[in-house]
Design a protein around this ligand. Structure first.
Ligand code: AMP
Length: 249
């Protein structure tokens, strides 16, 4: 069974992002970029399925500029077998990525497309759902457990108020939640080995896909600054404030 894993290059989760002065977006100049954390979980799950003898090949795909090759090399160091870069300098919105994933799935014919539940830069939580719809495949979003057996996937999903387990026929799309697994660190020998693994660059321009944006960003603003605290005279004053002024936010 072949697994395709989608990974996105995003601003590293430790970076304190700054909004550009003209409010057109976030300042990306000299900012550390990394693999989207939910996608690390997706790679880890695919590699574990390979180690368990369930998957035979793990192929990783990223769509974006040439620098995404670094992200793909990280995925190869974690244990993916080969990588595809759908290369473009154009801004890609979730629908465009979903169309690219559909085209790659049609070519590669994986039994499972596994990806993050959301990218931490745009927080869209759309790409997996759109890819499943375009492919006509079943989907299990927010997965916290994945079991593959007899041509079926049994996926436990994190839903409000508990866990839901569903069965899906393959091929299917699974999006990963935080508790699915704890991704391993890439070891130095594996980082070295990853440099020799195949990485195929395919220009998006040659795929015949309409990736034009459908959404326009009107404004990006910083969250409101926290106002300073005050000192209260005694416990009674604190309790009174908590009772009368504190709000649940
Ligand atoms: P989003 O819908 O933007 O929140 O992203 C959800 C998931 O879609 C991510 O965790 C990735 O697995 C995948 N994805 C989004 N954008 C890309 C991209 N440019 N290249 C590869 N995968 C992507």
């Amino acid at each position: 069974m072949k697994i395709l894993v989608a990974v996105k290059r995003v601003v590293d989760f430790n970076v304190k992002v700054r909004v550009k002065a003209d409010q057109s977006g976030v300042d990306l100049a000299n900012v550390k970029m990394s693999m989207n954390p939910f996608d690390e979980i997706a790679i880890e799950e695919a590699v574990r399925l390979k180690e368990a003898g369930i998957a035979t090949e793990v192929v990783v795909i990223s769509a974006g500029p040439t620098q995404c090759q670094e992200t793909l090399r990280t995925a190869l160091a974690i244990g993916a077998d080969r990588a595809i870069l759908a290369e473009t300098d154009a801004e890609l919105q979730p629908l465009a990525v979903a169309k690219i994933l559909k085209a790659v799935c049609e070519k590669e014919q994986p039994q499972l497309l596994i990806m993050g539940k959301q990218a931490i830069d745009d927080d869209s939580n759309q790409t997996g759902q759109m890819a499943a719809a375009l492919l006509g495949w079943p989907q299990a979003t927010f997965a916290s457990k994945v079991v593959i057996a007899n041509g079926e996937a049994s996926v436990t999903r994190e839903v409000d108020g508990g866990l839901e387990t569903i069965a899906l026929t393959l091929p299917a799309v699974v999006t990963t939640d935080l508790r699915l697994n704890e991704p391993r660190y890439a070891t130095l020998p594996n980082i070295m080995k990853a440099k020799k693994k195949p990485l195929d660059v395919q220009p998006v321009a040659g795929m015949g896909i309409d990736v034009a944006p459908r959404l326009k960003t009107l404004k990006v603003a910083e969250p409101p600054k926290r106002s300073g605290g005050i000192k209260v005279a005694d416990v009674a004053a604190l309790v009174a404030k908590l009772k009368n002024e504190a709000k649940v936010i």
